[in-house]
Design a protein around this ligand. Sequence first.
Ligand code: DAH
Length: 357
Amino acid sequence: MTTSPLAELSAHVAALLARIDAATTLHDLLAEEPFIIGKRSILSTLQKSLGALAPEDRKAAGALLQEARRGVDEAFMTRREGLERENRAAALEADRLDLGDVVVSQVSVPVAVGHPGIVSATQRELEDVFVAMGFTVSDGPEVESDWYNFEALNIPPAHPARGMWDTFYVDLGEPETVVLRTHTSPTQIHLMEQAVAAASLPIHSVMPGRCYRRDTPDARHLAAFHQIEGLVVDRGITFADLAGVIETFTHAYFGSDISSRLRPAFFPFTEPSAEFEITCTICRGEGCRTCSLTGWIELGGCGMLDPAVLDAVGIDGEEWSGFAFGFGIDRCAQMRHQIADMRALIDNDVRFLRQFS
Ligand code: DAH
């Protein structure tokens, strides 16, 4: 009986593994490669000798040898990867430029980049909705005379309706003549005056901006807040146009499942006047604490331009008619993003602000 050429196989494998272990540098290991896993390896020699075996023994011997080669190959590759990794780490270390505490090879912390705040973003979105409906966007001053903020809007001095707006006055000597505007409605007056002077009626415009009231901030009010005013002056404008604009806006901004409704109200500058409400965005109309179980949330006021206002700016109410509306931008942001307490808008807590990047 001839001894199998594989009689010493496990001793050979052990010797090869020891050679792999003994190579301490990548260079040494690669120099050994032909003798360990290449053509000059004992395993290759054994492979050739299998031909001398009886056919019935060859298959089993081949499988055995195959397995031995796989083990050695794997050990070789693992060792090779390990040594390559060590080389890379050493090269990185050698490349590292240490300037005292400043480690140049260290990855730098990304610089935080800001983004528009939620109120600015909301204002832009609202402007976009109205521009798509054919409105222009206009600006007005935040510091107004009593005439623009009140009188021209049909709110004479000492009129009880002034109680609707708790006013900050600017101290300019003459008492209570200059105010921080309490709403964006005075911008309507500026626009109508300009259109009369330039003979450029009709007007279809929205006027966003900051307003001020002597209110104690709470979950739904801020002393400095934002409104967007709308004004249309044209021929043959009716209440139906107003209702249509409000409903179109509501769907465009809040989504098709949120509707609007108008309820009779009083504002000195519009007649008839209405408050407009939208489906509560928190409960989608089911009724919840935010909407006091009504399913509706008040967003702003609106109405047909009062003839006294057209008179104040010299527009002929026989030829022209129009409507106006005004509502809170902060309130829109609050309803859209379901912000429980509006004061979060001015706290400047980055954990809050970051949610709207
Ligand atoms: N200016 C009103 C306010 O701040 C809101 C308002 C109501 C504006 C009716 C309008 C309007 O243009 O027609 O309380």
